[in-house]
Write a protein that binds this ligand. Structure first.
Ligand SMILES: *Cc1c(COP(=O)(O)O)cnc(C)c1O
Length: 382
């Protein structure tokens, strides 16, 4: 049997980056500006140029990035913030940090992203509970932007803000708008496995709002005012390491070609697997950065499918086996309307295949063949 395939191959990228990243790290070690060194400013400028956002506030991770915005907006007990249930826990966790109430909203089965009818129901749920719905955190799941026109129109009507959780979608576009330039603010993560990852934890917030950016810069260093020892608000220690910034500057240079490669691979998967599974088509006017390539296995036993692939060296992952509203820490929070049936169904059907920019065609073919043969066996047995 041939070698097992990597689900995400950071070693291949490391090889391509070569001495550029080694030298960048060494420069930081030698100049000694480990905290908020010059690379942090350079990276923020590079990210602003990439997204078109006026302000970029880098930070320690994608969770703090979400938290900065909620803290800066003064989100508090009695407020409600709506977020999809089919996401990583951080999206709702930050709402709970502030003492506000996360309200879980269902997703669409074609995009895995927030369903606007369920968002409307969730706003009614908030009001009926006597809560004040102040904002929405749509998530661009698996790298595909949410339906921002529809979400922004509801929020505009209701006087609510939109914070885009783009931890998985940095580099994607929505109807000609770059992720990072949509909503009141956008947060992202540079966790190593995200499309643009560093070699540790990292994150950033993007916004065009001058005041919000200034408040977030203060929150990043303990709520510091113009005098460093007169702190003017409660903040946190949320800075991005200079070394991670130096690494990201180098990785951002090759990122556009990586996004192209991811899209090429996803399209090839789609063409080859459309006849055997439900494939993730990209809606007209959207681009995805394919943080995950996720199939739906209608009527097939997912555990058996994963075991069959594993037996031929093809790793798979399930994102996410349990929607947030069913998880222990979150199950007492309200849900939109009468329940979230789509997310519950998706959680039992989805499976993600290996996806990274360095998957060559022979390896793609091995994965495609393994999927087709596992699904053909199930059909024959049915
Ligand atoms: C990864 C992720 C986060 C959190 O990012 P960290 O850098 O790990 O804190 C938030 N939201 C979503 C949707 C994510 O995938």
């Amino acid at each position: 049997m041939t070698d097992p395939i990597a689900f995400i191959d950071l070693a291949a990228q490391r090889k391509r980056l070569g001495s550029a990243v080694d030298e960048a790290v060494l420069r930081v070690i030698n100049h000694g500006g480990y905290i908020m060194g010059p690379e942090v400013k350079t990276l923020e400028a590079d990210l602003a140029a990439f997204t078109g956002a006026k302000h970029v506030v880098s930070c320690a991770n994608g969770t703090d990035a979400l938290g900065f915005v909620l803290m800066a907006k003064g989100v508090k007990p009695g407020d409600a913030v709506l977020c999809p249930t089919f996401t990583f826990a951080a999206t709702a966790e930050v709402v709970a940090w502030t003492g506000a109430t996360p309200i879980f909203v269902d997703v669409r089965e074609d995009t895995f992203n927030m369903d606007v009818a369920s968002l409307e129901a969730g706003i009614s749920t908030a009001k009926s509970l006597g809560l004040n719905p102040v904002g929405v955190i749509p998530v661009d799941l698996f790298g595909l932007p949410a339906d921002y026109d529809a979400i922004e129109s509801v929020c505009h009507r209701e006087g609510m803000w939109v914070l885009c959780d783009a931890a998985q979608s940095f580099g994607a576009t929505y109807k000609g708008r770059k992720v990072g330039s949509i909503g009141l603010a956008t947060s992202t993560s540079f966790f190593p496995a995200k499309p643009l990852g560093c070699y540790g934890d990292g994150g950033a917030v993007f916004t065009n709002d001058d005041e919000l950016a200034a408040v977030m810069r203060s929150i990043r260093v303990h709520g510091q005012g113009s005098d460093k020892y007169d702190n003017v608000r409660i903040g946190m220690n949320g800075r991005l390491d200079t070394m991670q910034a130096a690494i990201l500057i180098e990785k951002l240079k090759i990122f556009p070609s990586e996004v192209e490669a991811r899209d090429r691979i996803a399209k090839r998967y789609n063409d080859s697997l459309r006849s055997v599974a439900i494939v993730p088509d990209t809606p007209e006017g959207y681009t995805s950065v394919w943080a995950q390539y996720t199939l739906r296995l209608k009527g097939f036993n997912r555990e058996k499918f994963q075991a069959d692939l594993k037996a031929v060296g093809v790793p798979t992952m399930v994102y996410y086996p349990k929607p947030l509203h069913q998880q222990t820490a979150y199950k007492s929070y309200p849900v939109a309307g009468n329940g979230l049936p789509v997310a519950e169904r998706l959680a039992s059907e989805v499976v993600s295949l290996p996806m990274h920019p360095y998957l060559d065609e022979a390896t793609q073919d091995r994965i495609i063949e393994a999927v087709c043969s596992a699904l053909a066996q199930r059909t024959a047995a049915a």
